[in-house]
Write a protein that binds this ligand. Structure first.
Ligand SMILES: [Zn+2]
Ligand SMILES: [Zn+2]
Length: 91
């Protein structure tokens, strides 16, 4: 542990020891805030950002208005129904 006298950038609380030597005193987080941040980043899949747009399914031509990823090739997109059906057929 490294002993010191730092300030948490999250809650402003004092940090007196860290498990690593901080390169910068900016942006340090106390154990509580670090734990909170980790919990946030481990949010369930439904809370992940979605990409909004106006695409069409290449299989059934249904409208696709949001995707869990940013599409690189919009000519070969599939709606969730076709995606599931393909997956079921493959497996
Ligand atoms: Zn804190
Ligand atoms: Zn489709």
């Amino acid at each position: 542990m490294f002993e010191g006298n730092w300030t948490c950038s999250g809650c402003g609380g004092a940090i007196t020891s860290l498990p690593f030597e901080p390169r910068s005193t900016e942006g340090l987080l106390c154990r509580d805030c670090h734990g909170k941040k980790r919990a946030e980043s481990a949010a369930p899949a439904s809370d992940r950002p979605r990409f909004e747009g106006n695409w069409a399914c290449s299989s059934c031509n249904a409208a696709i208005t949001s995707l869990p990823f940013e599409p690189r090739d919009t000519g070969n997109l599939k709606c969730i129904d076709c995606f599931k059906r393909d997956k079921a057929a493959a497996g």
